[in-house]
Design a protein around this ligand. Structure first.
Ligand SMILES: NC(=O)C1=CN([C@@H]2O[C@H](COP(=O)(O)OP(=O)(O)OC[C@H]3O[C@@H](n4cnc5c(N)ncnc54)[C@H](O)[C@@H]3O)[C@@H](O)[C@H]2O)[C@@H](O)CC1
Ligand SMILES: Nc1ncnc2c1ncn2[C@@H]1O[C@H](COP(=O)(O)OP(=O)(O)O)[C@@H](O)[C@H]1O
Ligand SMILES: [Mg+2]
Length: 284
């Protein structure tokens, strides 16, 4: 049975930070993507991850994207993805790895995806988006069973990955069967009224609208999920909260904006989260 995803998820997931805490308690996030053509995709994911409060954010990308990344987000660290050894070292150190936004499908991109998947271990979370999903479908790459995996396809990507064609994607039974077959722990099937499927849990988002139909909207969501999973307990609930917040913010911004630029969402995240659970010390 599909249940409506409601605002309660935010209060459940977004927890006030203990005063004595430090950056190592909020996730060591690695974002891999952004070739020469699609640098913006990984930059938008990075903005969302940084804005969500992730403890440490590192971006492995094509070297042309590193200066733009630092101009937009000096908080993020950067690696040239041609240095495979250094990238894999960072994969091993990370709590959450997002791969796919703007990754492309070159031979190098395929090899980077394969080696990233091989390097990951039980206590880490892997988020697969965009080009990573296309490569998995095209090259029949197996998703590792020993890593907690979240996949965030739009309907076109899900059709390619699961062979469930778009008109049949209303069937949660079919989607969930394919989710399990593909070794995906949490499936975020993105559309108008996104659904989130995981073991014994099916949630549907009833927020959001066509003002979100613009390039980069999914890249921003992927970065937000990475940031939430890195800093809040329980990756399924953290994913659901990120999906809810992303569209709730878009809906709020759409009251005064014809379309909602994905970067505006990232900029608005800290303010939105503070309204859920403020980090200000309590007053006696
Ligand atoms: N500024 C940037 O650098 C951007 C880069 N992007 C990157 O571009 C690469 C290709 O991603 P795309 O998703 O554009 O293209 P793809 O070509 O992978 O997928 C789009 C295909 O799926 C079909 N489709 C069916 N349902 C769809 C739906 N609900 N939403 C979108 N397409 C649907 C389309 O007709 C099209 O054939 C990815 O790596 C992505 O991250 C995009 O995210 C856009 C912004
Ligand atoms: N008409 C719509 N109603 C609600 N949400 C939408 C609509 N169109 C797009 N979205 C949302 O925008 C995002 C688009 O993701 P995606 O297609 O991966 O974008 P991109 O790859 O360009 O970043 C998803 O979260 C999707 O649910
Ligand atoms: Mg996308």
């Amino acid at each position: 049975m599909v249940t409506e995803l409601k605002a309660d998820i935010l209060h459940e997931v977004i927890q006030k930070r203990p005063v004595t805490t430090n950056k190592t308690n909020f996730g060591n996030i690695l974002l891999i993507g952004g070739n020469e053509q699609f640098g913006g995709a990984i930059l938008m994911a990075a903005s969302a991850a940084v804005s969500s409060g992730a403890g440490l954010v590192t971006v492995a990308t094509h070297n042309t994207n590193i200066t733009p990344l630092h101009i937009r987000n000096p908080e993020a660290m950067a690696l040239d993805w041609d240095n495979h050894g250094t990238v894999l070292e960072q994969v091993r150190k990370s709590s959450v790895v997002l791969i796919g936004p703007g990754l492309g499908n070159s031979e190098d991109a395929i090899e980077l995806l394969r080696s990233t998947m091989r390097a990951m271990r039980e206590n880490q979370t892997l988020i697969l988006d965009a080009s990573a999903l296309g490569i998995i479908a095209d090259k029949h790459v197996m998703i590792p069973t020993n890593v907690f995996t979240i996949a965030t396809p739009h309907q076109g990507e899900w059709a390619q990955l699961s062979s469930v064609m778009i008109p049949y994607q209303d069937s949660m039974e079919l989607n969930d069967l394919q989710r399990k077959t593909l070794n995906i722990d949490v499936l975020v099937l993105k559309k108008h009224h996104t659904v989130i499927l995981s073991e014994n849990r099916q949630m549907e988002l009833l927020l959001g609208g066509p003002y979100q139909a613009t390039g980069g909207m999914g890249d921003t969501l992927a970065g937000l999920i990475a940031g939430f999973v890195g800093q809040f307990a329980e990756p399924r609930r953290a994913t659901e909260a990120a999906v809810y917040a992303h569209s709730a913010i878009a809906q709020e911004l759409a009251e005064h904006n014809w379309v909602v630029r994905p970067s505006f969402i990232a900029d608005f995240v800290p303010n939105y989260m503070a309204r859920i659970n403020t980090n200000l010390p309590e007053v006696d």
